[in-house]
Ligand binder design. Structure first.
Ligand code: FRU
Length: 428
């Protein structure tokens, strides 16, 4: 069992995969290298939850068995159809293997195909007999790349067809590809979408509608800006899979530690998103990687909000002055201009109409990282809801107008706040 934040059980984890509410449980799969706290030949780890608060780790769900996924089961998604769970993922086959670490290829020498596997109950996956390649490595370089085409996200369209969005690249410009299927197994390439100056390859794209607006989230790889997850409004037309992407992109999270987010709908039909927290070093259990809390994604006044998941917020009911720093707690604060609070050495202050965070004291030896972060200028107030756990702090500003999330290590026992601050711990 884990609380609030799903953490790597051992080894390494990255992207959330196959996030779905299925037969009364939330399933969250994830990129996983179980043998060491570093990235390697990818498996799909698997955890389930009844409430998105308490998680149970299960056995590994997907692992390499076929030529097309011999060197990794990369990211992908899940849908339910006729009671079955259908998983879509990218199979990777190395063409040149690193002789010193066979879990990695040399200089991106691999090819990528898209695969499908289904399960009758969401717990048993027949890796030997049930996998099928549904999109072989691309051969038309004007459509997409045979190496860098990955991370299928599938959804059901209003017309009853299934749609898939894939990340790709052509001529060093990132793009998304759209495929359509009527039966989840036979897929036809339909169209692509892109926009200028947004990185050379787009990882982990996700498209959905919320509040009657289309939203696209993706993670552009960019040599100058680094790889960061962005979101924006988008209009998708099913008839020809044409997408207009609004150029006004914002970061999913202004801490810039979160990456590769994935969304699903919760049991109440709300659009929720989780993302991988990139960590510079392992946690106390020697494993590396954890996930953000689920966030509710909403669009209001053309702005994309990521607010704390209400069923989690409402569990923080017990007021205290001295929380146990090893357990999750939540701080509510209203910050006046030039004022700051400190949580275990992590500083949050308001300056020039922005919220600024400073984690230098709780991530020692990592000067190379972005350790001082800020929101864009705020117009609607400065109320904060801050969720603190051993290795992660999530600062929600104005109920999700912006969020800053950071990896932290060794928080100290001191909390300095002011009279406008309240601290809550979880009810038993
Ligand atoms: C994003 C990513 C995905 C890929 C996976 C491999 O972090 O690079 O594009 O499927 O991780 O682990």
């Amino acid at each position: 069992m884990n609380t609030i934040h799903l953490k790597a059980p051992k080894g390494w984890i990255n992207d959330p995969n196959g996030f779905i509410y299925y037969k009364g449980k939330y399933h969250l799969f994830y990129q996983h290298f179980p043998y060491a706290s570093r990235w390697g030949r990818m498996h799909w780890g698997h955890a389930v939850s009844d409430d998105l608060i308490n998680w149970k780790h299960l056995d590994i769900a997907l692992f390499p068995t076929k030529t097309d996924d011999s060197d990794g089961c990369f990211s992908g998604s899940a849908v339910e159809d006729n009671g079955k769970m259908h998983l879509f993922y990218t199979g990777v086959h190395y063409t040149d293997i690193d002789p010193e670490n066979v879990n990695c290829s040399l200089n991106d020498s691999f090819i990528s195909a898209q695969l499908h596997i289904s399960s009758n109950d969401g717990f048993e996956f027949d890796n030997f007999n049930e996998k099928k390649t549904i999109i072989p490595p691309l051969t038309n370089r004007e459509i997409g790349d045979n190496i860098h085409t990955r991370d299928p996200k599938v959804w059901k369209g209003k017309d009853g067809n299934w749609y898939m969005i894939l990340g790709s690249t052509v001529n060093h410009v990132g793009r998304v590809l759209f495929y359509r299927s009527s039966d989840l197994l036979n897929w036809k390439y339909m169209n692509y979408a892109s926009c200028d100056n947004m990185g050379w390859m787009w990882e982990c794209p996700d498209y959905f509608e919320t509040d009657s607006r289309g939203v696209i989230i993706f993670s552009p790889m960019d040599e100058k800006k680094g790889n960061q997850s962005v979101c924006t409004l988008a209009d998708f037309r099913e008839s020809d899979c044409h997408m207009d992407i609004n150029k006004n992109l914002t970061y999913l999270d202004y801490g810039l530690d979160l990456y590769a987010p994935q969304s699903t709908t919760d049991k109440n039909g709300r659009r929720i998103v989780v993302a991988w927290l990139r960590m510079p070093e392992p946690m106390k259990n020697n494993a590396i990687g954890l996930f953000s809390m689920p966030r509710v994604c909403e669009v209001r006044n053309n702005h994309i909000y990521f607010r704390p998941y209400p069923e989690i917020s409402e569990k923080f009911t017990i007021k205290t002055d001295m929380p146990d720093m090893k357990k999750p707690f939540m701080v509510k604060a209203e910050l006046a201009e030039h004022k700051s609070i400190s949580i275990g050495g992590y500083i949050i202050r308001r300056e020039n109409g922005k919220i600024i965070t400073d984690r230098r004291a709780v991530i020692k030896g990592h000067e190379e990282l972005l350790n001082i972060c800020e929101t864009p200028e705020l117009k609607d107030g400065f109320s904060l809801e801050i969720y603190v756990d051993e290795n992660i702090i999530e600062v929600y500003v104005n109920n999700g107008e912006y969020v800053i999330t950071n990896a932290v290590y060794d928080l100290n026992d001191e909390i300095s706040t002011d009279e406008n601050t309240e601290i809550y711990v979880l009810e038993e």
